[in-house]
Design a binder for this molecule. Structure first.
Ligand code: FES
Ligand code: FES
Length: 160
């Protein structure tokens, strides 16, 4: 199968490699770069488990051909925080018990981050709209919405 050159900035690191034309952004992240925090649920754009931020917008990475993102800037959950310095969204999700199995969490966090990057003080309706494409089988969403609201309150400009 034909390969083409792909350049991406992923979590601040420039990636430059040949990839199969048919690979999705999700495949490159998980299988080529071993960033397995981004999950594959449905593979058809329905569940949001694969959500990453591409050029400032939350996208379903299972629905993006990797080469179509050439030159783009990608943020994944691995770039969000670290165990000793959690992003305010991660800290807030923990404090509000906004995850159980955790499968939806990376995608949920990235949808929430894209929202807060664009609007630091979203309304509850805006939060619900931003995560409408992220399915969670465990929590019932109430804690997730509360966690995102709280993260917006906590997040200082220096942590954006
Ligand atoms: S795996 Fe991409 S939307 Fe479900
Ligand atoms: S925490 Fe299990 S699917 Fe959301």
């Amino acid at each position: 199968m034909a390969k083409k050159r792909l350049r991406l900035t992923v979590n601040g690191v420039l990636i430059d490699r040949e990839v199969e034309e048919s690979l999705r952004l999700l495949d490159v992240l998980r299988d080529e770069l071993f960033l397995t925090g981004t999950k594959e649920g449905c593979g058809i754009g329905e569940c949001g488990a694969c959500t990453v931020i591409l050029d400032g917008k939350a996208v379903n990475s299972c629905m993006v051909l990797a080469l179509s993102a050439d030159g783009g800037v990608v943020e994944t959950v691995e770039g969000l925080g670290s165990p000793d310095r959690l992003h305010p969204l991660q800290a807030s999700f923990l404090d509000h018990h906004a995850l159980q199995c955790g499968f939806c969490t990376p995608g949920m966090l990235m949808s929430a981050k894209a929202l807060l990057d664009e609007d630091p003080r979203p309304s509850e309706e805006e939060i619900k709209k931003a995560i409408a494409g992220n399915l969670c089988r465990c929590t019932g969403y109430v804690q997730i919405v509360e966690a995102i609201k709280d993260a917006a309150r906590r997040r200082s400009p220096s942590e954006v």
